[in-house]
Write a protein that binds this ligand. Structure first.
Ligand code: ADP
Ligand code: MG
Length: 602
């Protein structure tokens, strides 16, 4: 019998290994940009097409490569950054494994142009599936330009794992911003599908943070600086009252590299103590500088996790630095009770989503198919008359899914019965078979959700705003917003993007006029963004849900009797009046029979 074991060809080895280093376009962006930084560049340009699926190009003005290095760099374990094991403990560069370029060359069509300052001509190399298909001299500016085309073209299984362009673009922007925030001394530009998304000049770290997050962040940043023998901490934290409901704006950079570290995150949060409203996340951009000997970055191929030699000590110093920062600027929280209520809602919302896949009620729920019948608010009682069975039991939230029959309005007493608002949140009203308690915020969410879903194909009119709202989206939001603008328009937003990266909102759906549109839009987009990765619901449903959440009448607001009557009528004109789009009950019903039972009367 012949021997069975064979060595895998290099090409296959590289493709397999590439899986660890390059999971998606954003990973390639990170590797190329880090190489450009390692090459000492002062200007790095990122050009991306179709979320990086078609093209990722990084052009730098760094030190370039010799003709030989230009070929060698695509080989596995080809690196100029370490020579021996000792170098590992003194690393100041981003890369060192020599895997990135070998990996991309295995799974994409790669084109490299590079020239060192001292060379008269540069070199041009094209590679497909790890083999060089073209090599020639070329005219090119000093520095390096690498293009990665058709990522995963030869690994269809991986290509099919990529998410929508919106989601992949967001990942790309996240990587870009991490690098840009870590290196304010370097200028960066970013083009996506021929439009310029970022143009970041060489600057200091405050200017960079403001350029990335938006000009309104200048006053939100509190500087932090702590210099010890062991570690140096520099950067900014956000004022507690600006803390957001998502973690989007939290960055640790260790020796210039973005890292994730839950332990240090805890150090920051605990320093805020009770200055933070529950479940909110403060902004931070903290640069930690430490002797490379005191860390081991070699634990993960993409190097986002690190091991510290003395993690406790770093924790204490980070915590102290943040405390000092807060104390120095004597930042006091301004508590907004209205906001607080909506923070809680947001949590409930998140819980609903994160458990969505385990909840039979949620997964079994049919996708929104549009309103089949549109009962007028006045006609609802005749529509549903007689459909309620007698002798209902008390419907409590945990049983809401069994609540299939719709309540029948009590027609006889209609003229005399006025709904009552309790605790500025619950509306008590009478139905034929008992009483119901409607949650005003949740019920309104259902009404608005269905209205928005119905308006997508109809293009609703909008109410013009007296003072147009100008939105400056921070970073990755820009791309996301662009993908949903057409749908926002059909809901009734008169929204335009302008060349300066801002969005102007001149009009909003009619039901938003009284509210603060800026606040609603910011919140809505945050929730939208948060859910965008969730493929269970489509873009439109996500948009309708997110907007309904923030446009709905909040709990704690006084309502006039006529508004309450109209709210209840509209609720029962809905296709699925029982639940919010996020599957919370909109009302609770008590049957007459059960009430009698509870009181012990026949
Ligand atoms: P690593 O960064 O871990 O060394 P890479 O595969 O990313 O491995 O790159 C291999 C080598 O190619 C680098 O060590 C560097 O010498 C060279 N190189 C890559 N990108 C550039 C660039 N933009 N400018 C100059 N040299 C580069
Ligand atoms: Mg590298």
């Amino acid at each position: 019998m012949p021997d069975l074991i064979q060595l895998l060809p290099d090409k296959i080895v590289n493709q397999i290994a590439a899986g660890e280093v390059i999971q998606r376009p954003a990973s390639a962006v990170k590797e190329l940009m880090e190489n450009a930084l390692d090459a000492g560049s002062s200007l790095i340009q990122l050009i991306v097409k179709d979320a990086g699926k078609t093209l990722i190009r990084v052009v730098d003005n760094g030190k370039g490569m010799s003709a030989n290095d230009a070929k060698t760099c695509f080989q596995r374990h080809a690196t100029s950054k370490i020579r021996g094991i000792d170098d590992l403990f003194a690393l100041r560069t981003m890369g060192f494994r020599g895997e990135a370029l070998a990996s991309v060359a295995a799974i994409a069509q790669v084109e490299l142009k590079t020239r060192r300052k001292e060379d008269k001509v540069g070199v041009h190399i094209r590679i497909e599936g790890s083999s060089i298909v073209e090599e020639s001299a070329c005219q090119t500016a000093p520095g390096t330009s690498i293009s990665i085309k058709n990522l995963f073209y030869n690994v269809p299984a991986r290509r099919s794992f990529l998410k929508s362009d919106g989601v992949e673009t967001k990942h790309v922007i996240d990587e870009f911003l991490r690098i840009a925030l870590a290196h304010p001394e370097v200028a960066f530009t970013f083009h996506h599908n021929n439009s310029e998304i970022y143009h970041l000049r060489e600057s200091n770290s405050r200017q960079r943070a403001v350029a990335v997050f938006g000009h309104n962040y200048n006053e939100r940043l509190v500087p932090v600086s702590e210099d010890t023998d062991y570690v140096k901490i520099e950067g900014f934290i956000g004022k507690p009252e600006n803390a957001k409901r998502t973690r989007g704006e939290q960055f640790f950079f260790l020796n210039g590299r973005f890292i994730k570290n839950a332990y240090l995150n805890h150090a920051v949060t605990s320093a805020y103590g009770n200055l933070l409203t529950e479940k909110t996340f403060p902004l931070y951009v903290l640069h930690i500088d430490i002797d490379p000997k005191a860390i081991d970055v070699n634990v993960h191929p993409t190097k986002q996790e690190v091991k510290f030699e003395d993690e406790k000590l770093v924790y204490m110093i980070v915590q102290a630095a943040v405390k000092h920062g807060l104390a120095q600027y004597s930042v006091m929280p301004t508590i907004d009770f209205d906001q607080e209520a909506s923070f809680k809602d947001f949590e409930a919302f998140r819980t609903n989503f994160s458990t969505a896949t385990n909840q039979p009620a949620q997964t079994d729920r049919p996708a929104y198919t549009g309103r089949q019948n549109k009962p007028s608010a006045e006609a609802w009682q005749s529509l549903y008359e007689g459909s309620a069975s007698e002798g209902n039991i008390v419907t409590v939230p945990s049983q809401w899914e069994n609540q299939t029959e719709l309540p029948v309005k009590d027609v006889e007493s209609e003229t005399s019965f006025i709904p009552v608002q309790l605790h500025k949140t619950y509306i008590l009203t009478q139905i034929k078979s008992g009483i119901i308690l409607v949650h005003q915020h949740l019920a309104h969410q259902r009404i608005l959700f269905e209205r928005y879903m119905d308006s997508f194909d109809q293009r609703s009119g909008s109410q013009q705003l007296l003072f147009p709202v100008v939105l400056h989206f921070n970073g990755s939001d820009t791309a996301l917003v662009k993908t949903i603008i057409p749908d926002m328009r059909s809901i009734g937003f008169d929204i335009r993007e302008s060349d300066d990266g801002l969005c102007r909102v001149n009009g909003v759906p009619a039901d938003l006029v009284e509210e603060n549109p800026e606040h609603i839009l910011e919140n809505m987009l945050e929730v939208y963004k948060w859910t965008a990765g969730n493929q269970k619901i489509g873009q439109r449903e996500n948009l309708a849900r997110s907007l309904a959440r923030f446009a709905a009448i909040p709990a704690g607001r006084k309502m006039a009797p006529e508004s309450m009557t109209s709210l209840i009528d509209q609720l029962f004109g809905c296709r699925e009046p029982n639940v919010t789009p996020g599957a919370q009950p909109t009302y609770i019903r008590y049957s007459l029979e059960n009430l009698r039972e509870q009181f012990g009367v026949e």
